[in-house]
Write a protein that binds this ligand. Structure first.
Ligand SMILES: [Zn+2]
Length: 159
């Protein structure tokens, strides 16, 4: 199921929801567990970064649909042992993203994307992003979430 109706035409539900939850509850119920802003933030990542780098950028969240190993990079079930017990992922408000260039498939390091975000925080805040994780704890991915912070800048969280 693609998410164009939810403002993310380049994404499918599997990229945001783990396979077991989807199997057990179906896409309709699972979508109700996601904050709609996290869906549009996924699309914003693709659109903003593609414009920034001047070529299509692939945003990798869950990739199990295509045989990859990532399945807990969006929503996580409450009994998930990965990450913290009150992780934003469990509330449908977080993404762990990796990035590749569309043309040659070259990976874009997480630190490079964090720099891009930090150079234009206003655009990302407007897209709903409030928080990214310190790169020391997220070396190969960019954790983004939309928690309420009350701040006018992007909050850098340490787990
Ligand atoms: Zn995360």
């Amino acid at each position: 199921m693609d998410l164009s109706h939810y403002g993310a035409p380049n994404f499918v539900i599997e990229e945001l929801v783990p396979p077991k939850l989807l199997e057990n509850h179906g896409s309709h119920r699972c979508l109700q567990l996601l904050d709609h802003r996290i869906i549009t933030l996924a699309q914003f990542n693709k659109d903003y970064l593609s414009a920034h780098f001047g070529e299509e950028i692939k945003v990798i969240i869950n990739n199990y649909k295509w045989g990859g190993e990532r399945k807990l990079s969006g929503l996580r079930p409450f009994d998930c042992q990965i990450g913290s017990s009150l992780s934003q992922h469990k509330f449908g408000r977080a993404l762990d993203c990796q990035y590749k260039r569309g043309v040659n498939g070259e990976k874009i390091p997480a630190d490079v994307v964090r720099d891009v975000i930090n150079q234009d925080p206003e655009s990302w805040l407007n897209a709903g992003l409030t928080t990214i994780e310190n790169g020391e704890f997220a070396p190969t991915w960019v954790h983004q979430d939309i928690r309420a912070t009350g701040l006018d800048h992007i909050f850098i969280v340490e787990p």
